[in-house]
Design a protein around this ligand. Sequence first.
Ligand code: FES
Length: 177
Amino acid sequence: MKDETHKSAHPPCEESPAEIKRRRFLEELCIGLGALCATILALPVIGFLVAPLFRKTPFAWRGVGKLSQFAVGKTVNVAYLDASPLPWAGVTAKSAAWLRRVNETDFIAFAANCTHLGCPVRWLPEAELFMCPCHGGVYYNDGSVAAGPPPKPLTRYGVRVVNGEVQILASPIPITS
Ligand code: FES
C-alpha cells in the first residue's frame, strides 16, 4: 500500500514569468558588472604593456663642453644627461660618448656602447681602435667593425656647435642583439 503521508514539505515552486524575467535580468546585471570591474582592473596593465609602442623615441641636444676645450684630432670621452632621464634615475641618468674633433669646425660622436651587448668601449689612441672588453669586439677609428661579435658599426650621434658650446644629440643607447 502506498504511503501518502510522506509527501515533500516543500512542493516544487513554480516561477511566474515575471519572476523568471527578473532573475534573468539580475543574472545579466551581475555578469555585466563583473565584466566592467574586470575591464577597469585590466586597464592599467594593458596601458603599461601597450604604451611603449606609442612612445616617441626621445632625442635632445646636450652640451658637452666649450669648443676651445677640444683639440683637433683628439678623441675624448664626454658625459651628458640622457634625453629623457627618469626622475629616480640618479647617476644612471648620465650617458657617455666618444667625441672626436676632426678639424676647426667638424666633430664626430660615437656611442660609448658596443653594438653587441652594450658594454662600454674604450678608445686606444696608439692603435686608433675602439676596443670592447666584454667579448673582444674591435672597431676601427671610423666606428666600423674590425673584429669580434659586434653586428654593426658604433652608432654615431649628431654634433653641433651653438654659441661656442659643443652639443650632442642624445638618444637611447643603441643595442641590437
Ligand atoms: Fe662588446 Fe660583446 S658587448 S663584444
